[in-house]
Ligand binder design. Structure first.
Ligand code: 13P
Length: 256
């Protein structure tokens, strides 16, 4: 039985009220293998809400097995960076994970592989586990460049952050064309890229990180994705905003 993770990326959704309802629903419906964990549970559950509800979420999750994560952090510890949040601040409010290098941030905020590496170093220094996103666009896939694009993202990440940081990180393969489109990668497409990521990490760094798949994961396709040997769980967007579908994905992970 492999260790699995289901992480919810809430993106820019939720108010204190809706987050409270969502968290109470998820906590109340967790399957026994997650709630009765004694340190060796095989399925970890993480939610990554917006900054404004992290405090509420930390309070509601205090006695639950669900961990909390941020969706981004700054690479400096503190300073005159208006609008930014540091990795230490995330730890301080109760986070143990942070999503870094999401394609929406690479695209909309021009985050480079080297900046993402600096953020990951800051995150690990603050005691957080980075969930580092990689993935190709539709045009890159159609040109047959998927392995090169993902390989370069990984190599440049390790060049900046070091293999020790990779060892402390989780990778999320999120093909850009599958995010928010309802068109998930097929289990075979995802497995092929996951296997390639694992092979590169093993050959180049002697590491075998946890590798999550992200992109239109839902209650119907989670099980077939989780059955793939190199898929260790999911980073879930839209479906993590519904109690019913997020719980169904968690149950699929528990049963895989
Ligand atoms: P969707 O599950 O909504 O496609 O989003 C995936 C994602 O971006 C998770 O980080």
């Amino acid at each position: 039985m492999k260790r699995m993770m289901v992480a919810g990326n809430w993106k820019m959704f939720s108010t204190v009220n809706s987050a409270t309802q969502l968290i109470e629903g998820i906590v109340g419906g967790l399957p026994a293998p997650v709630t009765e964990r004694n340190g060796d549970s095989q399925t970890d559950v993480v939610i990554c809400p917006p900054y404004t509800v992290l405090g509420t979420a930390a309070h509601l999750l205090a006695n639950s097995p669900i961990a909390l994560g941020g969706q981004n952090c700054h690479h400096e510890q503190e300073g005159a960076f208006t609008g930014e949040v540091s990795a230490q601040m995330l730890t301080d409010i109760g986070c143990s994970y942070v999503i870094l290098g999401h394609s929406e941030r690479r695209r909309d905020y021009h985050e480079s592989n080297s900046l993402i590496a600096l953020k990951a170093l800051a995150a690990v220094t603050a005691g957080l586990t980075p969930i580092v996103c990689v993935g190709e666009s539709l045009e890159q896939r159609e040109r047959g460049e998927t392995a090169d694009v993902v390989g370069t993202q990984l190599t440049e990440f390790v060049r900046g952050a070091g293999s020790g940081c990779l060892a402390a990180s989780i990778i999320a393969y999120e093909p850009v064309w599958a995010i928010g489109t309802g068109k998930a990668a097929t289990p075979e497409q995802a497995q092929e890229v996951h296997a390639d990521i694992r092979r590169r990490c093993e050959e180049q760094y002697g590491l075998s990180p946890m590798i999550l798949y992200g992109g239109s994961v839902n209650a119907n396709n989670a099980q077939s994705l989780f059955q793939q040997v190199d898929i260790d769980g999911a980073l879930v967007g839209g479906a993590s905003l519904s109690v019913e579908s997020f719980l169904a994905i968690i149950k699929a992970a528990v049963g895989s």
